[in-house]
Design a protein around this ligand. Structure first.
Ligand SMILES: Cc1ncc(COP(=O)(O)O)c(C=O)c1O
Length: 444
């Protein structure tokens, strides 16, 4: 497709009609960047240029692009059964996928609710927490705790929990009764690879909220184990453990938002395994289907499922929540095929084995004067640049475009690159991504 031949305005091929998400629409349409093909670690743009994918799409294409096994499974499923109404009836693949997921989830997680995105998973987790406490006679737990710099998607629940100013300042009508604890970025710990030694005490902010509002009024705490969209903030040692202890003390549910960290990103199935901290609820999406079909899920400890379901009469619906596309057959087929690839190819272990190489390559950028901080763990890293004075975020936007033209896709957030290749990456791919970042930074 030749974008330049498209009519500039109007007409069916114009770029104008599509209001693009999280995009500078006017700037993009003046100089479009379209992808027309993807395979393995690579993307091809509309002008035939080849790019390496340094962020595995949006950290979701963990098994690489164009996986035939997934496409075949989806096609077969669609020919067999394209859609089943999921309320009060269902189809076998949804049960199969839920069951396969529980095999890779931590131990007490034997129940899974399906959604269509990370944002829906967050809304679902909020409602599960409310339903659980209500069923337990604790409906007075009306408060939720989130973190500065948190990203929990864009539905109203996620915006209410958001700690990123641009994602919430335009939308003031959010949920009430949300309080925030501090983020874990420490200017004293810049360039720390993995977890910083100090900072666990930041979790005591939660204890302070318990002392201010009463721990018994708090329903749940939401955290990304590694804060992703704000630019990869790895928690300090002991921090998540401390949150767990405070939650236990006050009967508060701990929710790990594993939309990015799930499915091997940290070299383990979930961050809960990587940090050896077991939450009560895990939200996921993204790599669940390798990005091929939209899907999310919320896994809960047995006690949560049992409390909610047993509180209702035998023949009554227990949880008044669900989506037309919860557990869509095509998504389930994609999920099953994806989990099989992860297992057959040992991709989580592969990421663990290559993590040191990946992080060392990222840390090789430290000599560039413009690099203000480097952070990372497993197969995800943040490369934070000094902002253009008075214009935060503009350098990041410019860099994302310059990288695209230099042959590399990397997602930027503000002035920080989030580098997170597919788990199939070879050392040579890592070198190519980091080489392209270096070259582009040297041109700034
Ligand atoms: C931690 C986290 N939660 C939720 C979401 C929202 O997911 P989605 O964009 O699929 O709605 C994201 C997306 O990046 C995320 O990183």
């Amino acid at each position: 497709m030749n974008v330049m031949s498209m009519p500039a305005e109007g007409g069916t091929n114009s770029l104008e009609q599509y209001w693009m998400p999280f995009t500078a629409n006017r700037d993009f349409k003046a100089s479009p960047r379209l992808i027309t093909k993807s395979e393995g670690m690579y993307l091809w743009n509309h002008q035939g240029g080849k790019l390496i994918d340094g962020s595995s799409g949006l950290f979701n294409v963990a098994a690489g692009h164009g996986r035939k096994e997934i496409a075949d499974a989806v096609y077969a499923q669609m020919m067999q059964n394209d859609y089943t109404a999921p309320f009060q009836m269902n189809h076998p693949s949804a049960f199969d996928l839920a069951s396969k997921l529980t095999h890779i989830l931590p131990d007490p997680f034997n129940h899974v609710f399906f959604t269509n995105s990370g944002s829906e998973s967050i809304d679902t987790a909020l409602k599960i927490a409310m339903a659980y406490h209500r069923a337990n006679g604790q409906g007075h737990r009306i408060r939720f705790v989130s973190r500065e710099r948190a990203y929990h998607g864009v539905n109203m629940g996620g915006v209410s929990l958001s700690g990123m100013v641009k994602n919430r300042e335009t939308f003031p009508s959010v949920m009430p009764n949300i309080v925030t604890i501090r983020h874990t970025w420490d200017p004293e710990a810049v360039y720390t690879k993995g977890q910083a030694e100090h900072g666990a005490e930041l979790a005591d902010d939660l204890q302070r909220h318990c002392e201010t509002y009463g721990g018994g009024t708090i329903a749940a705490v939401f955290v990304e184990p590694v804060a992703g969209s704000t630019g990869t903030l790895v928690p300090p040692k002991g921090y998540l453990q401390r949150l767990r202890e405070i939650c236990d003390k006050h009967g508060i549910l701990l929710v790990f938002d594993e939309v990015i960290t799930g499915f091997g990103r940290l070299g383990h199935p979930f961050a809960a395994d990587a940090f050896d901290v077991t939450p009560d609820i895990i939200t996921m999406a993204k790599a669940l289907t390798n990005g091929a079909i939209p899907m999310g899920a919320v896994a809960v400890r047995d006690e949560i499922y049992e409390t909610v379901t047993e509180a209702a009469p035998d023949d009554a619906i227990e949880f008044f929540h669900g989506y037309t596309y919860s557990g869509h057959p095509a998504a389930c087929a994609a999920g099953l095929a994806t989990l099989k690839i992860y297992e057959d190819e040992g991709l989580f272990e592969r990421a663990a084995g290559l993590s040191d190489y990946f992080l060392d390559a990222i840390w090789s950028l430290k000599d560039l004067g413009i690099v203000k901080d480097l952070r990372g763990m497993g197969f995800m890293a943040g490369v934070e640049l000094d902002p253009i004075e008075g214009k935060p975020g503009i350098r990041g936007n410019n860099m994302q475009k310059a990288l695209f033209h230099n042959g590399c896709h990397v997602k930027w957030t503000g002035d920080t690159a989030i580098v997170a290749p597919s788990l199939i990456a070879e050392k040579s791919h890592i070198d190519e991504i980091v080489g392209c970042i270096r070259k582009t930074l040297e041109e700034v």
